[in-house]
Design a protein around this ligand. Structure first.
Ligand code: ADP
Ligand code: ADP
Length: 223
């Protein structure tokens, strides 16, 4: 069954810039899809259409068969900057997200500890964000999002700000988590090596408008 179905969408900004024309994409449960393309191809626009912040001018975007809307909570985000609260410990940062999602104090602690141990951070749960390395901070952001158990994890150039070695480690760790958690992932990147390394399927966007016959779909065999 499709977790995400983008069905023949069109999108044009008010100034007349047409970014999508009859664009379709289906993502199944557990799939790892990369959206690859150069700056200006429409990656951010697509992210906003998936999250319901922008409405397509034609077609529809559905998650689990439901048209998307902004407060839907089916999507979990990881961005390039972790945006942690500097005055809260690592564990409290994860708990805060869970609190906002309506979890009680006991559930917050349990889930925070569970997901922090999954990303290998249980030893630093009481540290403050500034005591961690960039890669560790991004792991906290990942744990905070995974703890919400979203239907789809949407990652927007999550490791682009990290050094090359840390980035490769983070990608390897992400693949391990993906196979352990059966998590559906959409990963936005402009790095072709990263897309090919991570994804089952790479959707290549080009110059807008992207749509029928203009984007390329590559299905990759997993070793
Ligand atoms: P990317 O994230 O891949 O760099 P964007 O989705 O930001 O691409 O932009 C896609 C195209 O739409 C670009 O040509 C950009 O200039 C244009 N665009 C983005 N945002 C707006 C806007 N608010 N109004 C008009 N045009 C926009
Ligand atoms: P091979 O098995 O052929 O030696 P590699 O494992 O070296 O292949 O990877 C092939 C390509 O994928 C290379 O261009 C490399 O830069 C890239 N790559 C490998 N590991 C990662 C990673 N963790 N993140 C992003 N790109 C990677």
């Amino acid at each position: 069954p499709a977790v995400l179905s983008v069905d023949g969408i069109g999108f044009t900004y008010k100034n007349g810039r047409e970014v999508f024309r009859n664009f379709s994409l289906t993502v199944k449960k557990r799939e790892f899809v990369a959206l690859l393309g150069p700056s200006g191809c429409g990656k951010s626009t697509m992210l906003n259409l998936l999250s319901g912040f922008l409405k397509p001018t034609a077609g529809r975007v559905c998650i689990n068969g439901q048209p998307v809307f902004p407060e839907m909570q089916a999507l979990g985000y990881v961005f390039q900057t972790p945006n942690l609260f500097p005055w809260l410990s690592v564990e409290d940062n994860v708990c805060f997200g869970l609190k906002m999602a309506g979890k009680n104090a006991v559930e917050q602690r349990e889930k925070a500890r569970h997901y922090l141990s999954l990303v290998g951070l249980e030893a630093v749960a009481r540290d403050l964000p500034h005591q961690l390395s960039g890669g560790m901070r991004q792991r906290v952001a990942l744990a905070r999002t995974l703890a919400l158990e979203p239907d789809i994890l949407l990652m927007d150039e999550p490791f682009a700000a990290l050094d090359a070695i840390t980035r490769i480690q983070m990608n390897e760790e992400l693949l391990r988590l993906w196979s352990e958690l059966s998590q559906t992932i959409i990963f936005i990147t402009h790095d072709i090596d990263e897309a090919v390394f991570l994804a089952d399927r790479v959707v290549v966007l080009g110059l807008p408008p992207n749509g029928i016959d203009s984007e390329i779909l590559i299905d990759l065999p997993r070793p």
